[in-house]
Design a protein around this ligand. Structure first.
Ligand SMILES: C[S@@+](CC[C@H](N)C(=O)[O-])C[C@H]1O[C@@H](n2cnc3c(N)ncnc32)[C@H](O)[C@@H]1O
Length: 159
């Protein structure tokens, strides 16, 4: 693997979604991967690395911005099986993850206009990331909420 690519992937692990963006998507029951000491939360229930959110039961409406890099695919696979939630990942549309868990399984996607400036665990907004982002909705209700969220970008129905 290209070392620069690997390094840049690893540095994104603790980048948090701007809370004002998640609020536009409605109320979430679970965020299965949050920092140990989050400056803010996006859902009523939260799992950290101490719980290992991948091994826990998922319930209700899930907001998923997974740890990027190696292993990210497993989080998308779990959300696909759960079938109720919205994910946010980099728009690497050519990848195995997209073809195995998104293009044929998700209900809708929204390619975000511009770049999302993520937050650090200190609650400070960072700079411009090196890739564009996409929201992915599983379940019809989530597709509708994504469509009507008022987030600038290109919405596509996949079902
Ligand atoms: C990209 S950040 C997103 C955080 C939060 N979901 C958000 O959108 O603001 C991914 C988070 O997953 C956490 N994490 C990593 N491995 C985990 C695991 N096995 N179980 C739960 N959380 C994990 C990291 O500590 C990090 O805070």
């Amino acid at each position: 693997m290209d070392v620069r690519f690997e390094r840049s992937e690893q540095t994104t692990v603790e980048w948090l979604t701007p809370p004002e963006l998640v609020k536009k998507l409605g109320t979430f029951d679970l965020d299965p991967c949050t920092p140990i000491h989050p400056p803010f939360v996006h859902a009523k229930h939260n799992y950290s690395i101490h719980d290992n959110g991948l091994q826990q039961p998922w319930f209700g409406r899930v907001y998923l911005n997974p740890p990027y890099g190696k292993g990210m695919e497993k989080w998308l696979e779990k959300l696909k099986i759960h079938g109720n939630g919205i994910a946010l990942i980099f728009a690497r549309t050519e990848t195995k993850c997209f073809f195995d868990h998104i293009w044929h399984d998700a209900h809708a996607v929204l390619f975000v206009k511009g770049r999302i400036k993520f937050y650090t665990v200190s609650g400070v907004q960072g700079g411009t990331p090196g890739a564009p982002s996409v929201f992915i909705a599983y379940g019809e209700e989530n597709a509708t909420l994504l469509k009507n969220a008022g987030i600038a970008g290109k919405y596509l129905n996949l079902k």
